[in-house]
Write a protein of this length. Structure first.
Length: 178
């Protein structure tokens, strides 16, 4: 009887599983690899320096998704010193390439004045753009802004009600995997 739980077999299985997770037996792209290092898994431990290096190279080559992740690493000080100005640079690049999560994160920087000059009008525009792309957090933020008269929005109860229904649908679509 062959014992399948030996260390060499487990190591081989872990390597095969890691390869499969990275895309049908083929090597994953740098952004997928970086995300794996950023989040870690049972087979791949978190490695923020590797994630940073991969995101940085891809972002500098024009990859908007990598720019978003790089911006968030700078925003949160993950594997690099927190730097709101550099975060704003990369989030702006990603936002200008139609990434709604980057639009929403950039809006927060404009609302707080971190790394950029505080500007509610610019923040509102980014929130609206992300909401137009049905990014649930932005749709909800827009509704709250309309309810409270905040984030550059004028108070508008009727529009708030409509936006809340839209937010509910956007969250439902996100949780259902659509």
């Amino acid at each position: 009887m062959i014992k399948l739980c030996t260390k060499p077999v487990r190591t081989l299985l872990a390597a095969l599983l890691s390869t499969l997770l990275m895309g049908s037996g083929a090597s994953a792209g740098p952004v997928d690899q970086a995300r794996l290092y950023l989040r870690g898994s049972a087979e791949v431990p978190v490695n923020l320096p590797k994630a940073y290096a991969l995101f940085s190279t891809a972002a500098k080559a024009g990859d908007a998704q990598a720019a978003y992740y790089l911006g968030m690493m700078y925003r949160n000080g993950m594997g690099v010193a927190a730097n709101a100005k550099t975060a704003a640079h990369w989030l702006s690049f990603a936002a200008n390439h139609q990434m709604p999560a980057a639009m929403f994160a950039l809006a927060h920087l404009y609302l707080s004045g971190e790394g950029v000059k505080r500007d509610e009008l610019v923040a509102r525009r980014w929130i609206e753009k992300a909401a137009d792309l049905e990014y649930p957090d932005a749709v909800m933020a827009m509704a709250i802004g309309l309810r409270d008269g905040s984030m550059g929005f004028e108070r508008n109860e009727a529009l708030y009600e409509t936006q809340m229904r839209f937010a509910q649908r956007a969250f439902e679509r996100r949780t259902s995997g659509m």
